[in-house]
Design a protein around this ligand. Structure first.
Ligand SMILES: [Fe+2]
Ligand SMILES: [Fe+2]
Length: 177
């Protein structure tokens, strides 16, 4: 039988782990393009932060017009987008990069846009559009990473699943108007 994926012997694994210990979680067998993965992670971090801010505005605006069901949904999403941002920032540091939190750069790095929206319908529509942008960009990132960086890929897969729920929630709210 031909072994297509021969395992690295223990001595080599140990020797490699000792070399470049300063690289932390990034070992010699990390075969993704680290700079590109970091760029994608930072663009996604910007997307999550912009989405957090947009949902926060929508939460307070909807509360003002006494749309409590929508307001609750907006707040839940704002909190979850912030959790996504934290996961991405944590992964950036693990890969030896720096998470970009400079507010001047956020909207230009973000995939999704910050559109304020005034009426409830405008707000929900903009949120749905932003979710759909996030879904498409995360799906592409997952395909790009392939099997080169399973941990980053898993993070994006978990976030993608939640963005799909968010889009579904917004579509339901829009239907109920
Ligand atoms: Fe998110
Ligand atoms: Fe979302």
């Amino acid at each position: 039988m031909i072994n297509l994926h021969p395992m690295t012997d223990v001595a080599t694994l140990r020797e490699r782990a000792r070399k470049n210990v300063e690289d932390g979680a990034v070992t010699e067998s990390y075969n993704a393009d680290r700079e590109e993965v970091l760029r994608l992670l930072n663009a996604s971090l910007a997307t999550e932060l912009v989405c957090t801010l947009r949902y926060k505005r929508h939460y307070f605006m909807a509360k003002g017009i006494k749309s409590h069901a929508a307001a609750d949904e907006f707040l839940e999403h704002a909190n979850q987008e912030l959790e996504h941002a934290d996961k991405l920032a944590e992964r950036i540091v693990q890969l030896g990069g720096e998470p970009e939190f400079n507010p001047d750069l956020l909207s230009q790095n973000s995939h999704a846009q910050y559109v304020a929206g005034n009426t409830l319908k405008e707000m929900i529509t903009e949120d749905l559009v932003a979710e759909r942008i996030a879904i498409d960009s995360y799906r592409e990132i997952i395909q790009y990473i392939g099997d080169q960086d399973p941990t980053t890929r898993r993070i994006f897969e978990e976030i993608l699943a939640q963005e799909e729920e968010h889009a579904d929630d917004m579509a339901d709210l829009l239907d109920g108007l």
